[in-house]
Design a protein around this ligand. Structure first.
Ligand SMILES: NC(=O)c1ccc[n+]([C@@H]2O[C@H](COP(=O)([O-])OP(=O)(O)OC[C@H]3O[C@@H](n4cnc5c(N)ncnc54)[C@H](OP(=O)(O)O)[C@@H]3O)[C@@H](O)[C@H]2O)c1
Length: 274
């Protein structure tokens, strides 16, 4: 049987890295892309087929996909849109540029890559588009407005796409992880320091706590390993692919709370989340 090919974005660390290796071990042909060339080199040394793909750069997206398609003879079984980052900071402290940058990576780059993959999948009559969303793709939390907005947008776009792809043979799945062990917090900390003025803001005191939390190496409650996401990913690659996979206890809990509670009551609970 022909090996199924999967292109993954954001494989330098965390979920993307874990899933690339695990899928390869499970017999898939994995194209593990990464933003930085030094990560591509490292991934190749580790035995992965790796190419450079920066979601902020249209040329890089096209070049990576062209190369992958050359390797596969023009087919691609699945795309795992995983690469993204979190920009912390209160909504009123986000500049237009910072918000734009969050959307460039988490939404526009992902959308552009998906749109280039879809004609390939339509032509072959099958395919899997799998989006790494988040609990923050359907639940809003304080000081996470930029990331919330980008993942809510990803959910909206994916739900629409799923409707539009009905009967095409292509499925669209959203994986919604809660806290997962990875470099996510470390990368969010760097974006917080680089892009948010922590002094001239009504949130000065809160930001001190936020900074300490992002710097802490301790897991937040209910954190799981990357394998939890991998189990969802593997299922989304099968014929039984579901529209949504809720990963971790907080995701499942808040999914139900959002359906059961009024906005006022839900806000009461969410205001307690740091
Ligand atoms: N960890 C969690 O708690 C959690 C929870 C819910 C959802 N998620 C989602 O899971 C996915 C993976 O995150 P993670 O937890 O594994 O965090 P991570 O370790 O920080 O990995 C994020 C990956 O995205 C890449 N990336 C960032 N900007 C990119 C760009 N412009 N082009 C291409 N790749 C880019 C990073 O590359 P660089 O190393 O080059 O920056 C890295 O490979 C993300 O979509 C995230 O939103 C994570």
């Amino acid at each position: 049987m022909e090996q199924k090919s999967v292109l993954i974005t954001g494989c330098s660390t965390g979920i993307g890295y874990f899933c690339a290796k695990a899928l390869q071990e499970d017999g898939y042909r994995v194209f593990a892309t990464a933003r930085k060339i030094e990560d591509v080199t490292r991934l190749r040394e580790e035995g992965l087929e790796s190419y450079q793909l920066d979601l902020d750069d249209s040329e890089s997206i096209k070049a990576a996909l062209d190369t992958v398609l050359e390797q596969t003879g023009g087919t691609l079984y699945a795309l795992f849109n995983n690469g993204a980052y979190g920009q912390p900071g209160a909504v009123e402290d986000l500049s237009r540029e910072v918000l734009k940058a969050q959307f460039e990576t988490n939404l526009f780059g992902t959308h552009e890559l998906t749109c280039q993959v879809l004609p390939v999948m339509r032509k072959q009559g099958y395919g899997r588009i799998i989006q790494n969303s988040s609990i923050l793709g359907f639940i809003a939390m304080r000081y996470r407005g930029a990331y919330n907005a980008s993942k809510f947008a990803l959910e909206g776009l994916s739900d629409t796409l799923r409707l539009e792809l009905k009967n095409s043979g292509i499925t669209v799945s959203l994986i919604e992880p809660g806290p997962i062990r990875s470099n996510f917090r470390k990368n969010a900390l760097a974006k917080f320091i680089a892009n948010i003025d922590q002094q001239h803001t009504p949130f000065r005191t809160i930001y001190k706590k936020k900074l300490a939390a992002l710097q802490s190496s301790e897991d937040v409650a209910f954190t799981l390993g990357e394998d939890a996401v991998y189990q969802a990913l593997k299922h989304a690659l099968t014929d039984k692919a579901k529209a949504r996979y809720r990963v971790t206890a907080p995701t499942t809990l808040f999914w139900f709370l959002k359906r059961l509670l009024s906005t006022t009551l839900l806000d009461k609970i969410l205001r307690k989340v740091e």
